[in-house]
Design a protein around this ligand. Structure first.
Ligand code: SF4
Ligand code: SF4
Length: 387
């Protein structure tokens, strides 16, 4: 049973929010819990939602008062705190400056880190993706605390703790993922894998003023008056979607995938809500947004076109291939994106690039290293020269 703390908080008064966050940690286990979450002298990275360059009271981004309240609490356990994000639109530092986060950070000697600096990472027990290029700062932090804003999202229906970490993909690399994984099922698996790569440790969700309607950028503010906290990002998101009107969390694509993949607690019976009763904070007439369900970049045609142009692709080194067919067996696409073809009396894999989602499981699991990844010049430019 996973635990989340559900707090009622009716304003962005920083002292009030601080007291609520302390109450939340108390409910989750108090001092002992905090000491385990933030070991002595550990480096903590805070990951707010900075989708774009927005003004201080904008419902698009995590409010600066929530950010300040979290720092006040965490500061008692470590002096090594940094924060950052790679916005979907615009520059991370500018976004942090405009919405007031830089001013708060300077007050507490917290530094902003550049999420464009990336690192290549591997994820062994992945749901889908084994090789990654992610922002170096969250990857190397000891403790990653996500600070999502509770918002509607046209494609994902909802964005919270799990989806917030998409900002750990540097810059335009995010567009590449949309072209690689336009199907909702794969994109959601990728988001869950990403949370494993950066090891998201805890979530504190800003649902004081949430966003309804045409989210995640053009919706309307909604006074939901809540903060949700917990170690389990699936449990935090599940609680959030129930508050805004999804009585069954499996009606949202990311949580459906999390449940199907046994990634974490999703069903109400597997989550203990501490603090306020869910019923007492449920939104009335909250305007949901369910436009997509798939994660096409603009539309399927543009997505496929861009995928050919910018996404890296697997290539065979024929002289190394031992014709074992493992690449075909591990390909998660159905029907398979690889067929074994006879050439000069030997079987070689051949790829159907229209089906291939570039998860690179075949490359990763080839026993003799006979598959390499190649990228076009444009793809290299888009991803900053990394794979
Ligand atoms: S897994 Fe490697 S060695 Fe086996 S068939 Fe595929 S490319 Fe060849
Ligand atoms: S062919 Fe390789 S990279 Fe493409 S979907 Fe299959 S396993 Fe993934």
């Amino acid at each position: 049973m996973e635990k989340v703390a559900l707090l009622k908080c009716e304003s962005y008064d920083v002292d009030l929010i601080e007291s609520k966050i302390r109450e939340g940690f108390q409910l989750l286990g108090g001092e002992k819990f905090l000491r385990k979450l933030i070991p002595l002298n550990s480096k903590v990275l805070l990951k707010p939602n900075l989708l774009s360059v927005e003004h201080k009271e904008s419902p698009v981004v995590t409010h600066y008062a929530v950010f300040e309240a979290v720092i006040r609490v965490i500061k008692e356990y470590t002096d090594d705190i940094v924060f950052g994000d790679s916005p979907g639109f615009g520059d991370g530092r500018k976004a942090a400056e405009k919405c007031g986060l830089i001013a708060v950070a300077e007050k507490y000697n917290v530094s902003v880190v550049d999420f464009n600096e990336s690192v290549n990472a591997k994820l062994e027990n992945s749901l889908l993706c084994k090789t990654w290029t992610v922002a170096k700062a969250p990857y190397e932090a000891d403790v990653v605390i996500t600070l999502p804003k509770l918002k509607t999202h046209a494609m994902a229906y909802f964005t919270g703790a799990i989806k917030n970490q998409f900002g750990c993909i540097p810059g335009t690399g995010k567009a590449t993922w949309h072209t690689r994984m336009p199907k909702a099922e794969n994109f959601c698996k990728m988001l869950l894998d990403l949370n494993s790569v950066v090891k998201t440790s805890f979530a504190i969700m800003d649902g004081i003023i949430a966003m309804e309607g045409n989210g995640p950028k053009s919706g309307s503010p909604y006074n939901l008056n809540t903060i949700i906290m917990g170690e389990s990002i699936t449990a935090v998101d599940s609680t959030a979607v129930r508050l805004i009107g999804y009585d069954n969390p499996l009606d949202t694509p990311v949580l459906k995938e999390a449940y199907d993949s046994k990634y974490g607690a999703v069903l109400p019976e597997d989550i203990e809500i501490l603090g306020e009763k869910l019923e007492s904070l449920k939104a009335k007439n909250f305007q949901l947004c369910r436009k997509g369900g798939d994660f096409y970049f603009i539309n399927p045609k543009v997505t496929n076109f861009l995928r050919e142009l910018i996404a890296p692709s697997p290539h065979l080194v024929p002289e190394k291939c031992i014709s074992c067919s493992r690449c075909k067996e591990v390909c998660p696409e159905s029907p398979k994106a690889i067929e074994m073809i006879d050439k000069n009396g030997k079987k070689y894999p051949e790829w159907d690039m229209k089906k291939c989602i570039r998860c690179f499981c075949c490359q990763e699991l080839c026993p003799v290293g006979a598959i390499e990844t190649k990228q076009s010049a444009l793809g290299k430019l888009v991803s900053g020269g990394k794979k």
